[in-house]
Ligand binder design. Structure first.
Ligand code: HPA
Length: 284
């Protein structure tokens, strides 16, 4: 079987054959946020299942389409849905799409997710700019032999790579300024990733709060690790779809998670849409 790089390269070739213009910026849409993809102009929509090697999600609320086109004059590749490690996918499978988007020419990533709110100052529906992460999934996306060819920038693609500014302070600054202009509250928070698929216990959430986490979720960190390996700059935005286990005196259910996404869709869309050209300009 071809190696990981060769398979990602072949998938990128397939995407290029379907849509000629190179994307500059990648957007990954989390649970309940998939409708953002309707903002793409001149869209070419490709089913994940048509892209060689691209994993397909089994989770409801994850649409499974790659949408290429422009937003605000910027060429974008928007992922409507992603696969998760808890579905049984390997790290190489979970991060395959990010590798392909990097090879296609994306030098910036806006990654979004649905998350549980650990920080009690958040509420359901709060958008949060991710300032950093804690990876408690028990694995690492860059596991395995280092593939230096994935580095798309000078100095990228190293075996050991820096995660100090994994969530770009510069891009976060743009997000805060834009949120303020639009009068959308946008606190910052540390995202803690677990493997899932069970939601956490209240004792775990109390422990995570002590560790310094504000948000908990089951995605994002793997994509961000791989993005940083490649030299891609990252802006991360979480939507607090529910307060984490034990914060409120009620159970968590996936339907609620999806519903919150729809409720704040307009705010989310307006914020991210305005940020696309700004993020592209700042990472040119
Ligand atoms: N925990 C983990 N992942 C999540 C949650 C949660 O409470 N909400 C949305 N994704």
């Amino acid at each position: 079987m071809a190696d990981h790089y060769t398979r990602a390269f072949a998938a990128a070739d397939y995407v290029r054959s379907m849509h000629k213009t190179e994307p500059r910026l990648a957007v990954i849409l989390g649970s309940g946020l998939g409708n953002f993809a309707t903002q793409v102009e001149g869209a070419t929509t490709i089913d994940y299942s048509d892209i060689p090697g691209w994993p397909v999600s089994t989770v409801e609320g994850h649409d499974g389409k790659l949408v290429l086109g422009t937003i605000g004059g910027v060429t974008v590749a928007v992922m409507q849905g992603r696969v998760h490690a808890y579905e049984g996918y390997s790290m190489n499978e979970v991060t395959f799409p990010m590798r392909v988007l990097g090879l296609l020419g994306c030098t910036a990533l806006i990654v979004t997710n649905a998350a549980g709110g650990i920080n009690k100052s958040y509420g359901e529906g709060t958008l949060v700019a991710i300032s950093d992460h804690i990876n408690l999934t028990g694995t690492n996306a860059a596991l395995g032999r280092n593939e230096a060819r994935f580095g798309i920038k000078e100095g990228a693609g190293q075996r050991f790579f820096d995660m100090t500014a994994a969530y770009s302070p510069k891009l976060r600054g743009l997000a805060h300024a834009e949120a303020e202009r639009q009068k959308i509250p946008l606190p910052e928070g540390v995202y803690l990733a677990v493997l899932g698929p069970s939601y956490e216990t209240p004792a775990e959430i109390r422990a995570f709060r002590v560790l310094g986490a504000d948000l908990v979720g089951m995605s994002t960190v793997h994509e961000v690790i791989v993005a940083r390996h490649m030299g891609i700059e990252v802006l991360g935005i979480s939507l607090v779809t529910n307060m984490a286990a034990g914060v409120l005196d009620q159970p968590i259910n996936h339907l609620e998670v999806m519903e919150t996404g729809r409720r704040v869709e307009a705010q989310f869309t307006s914020l991210v849409k305005a940020l696309v050209p700004q993020v592209a300009a700042a990472t040119a």
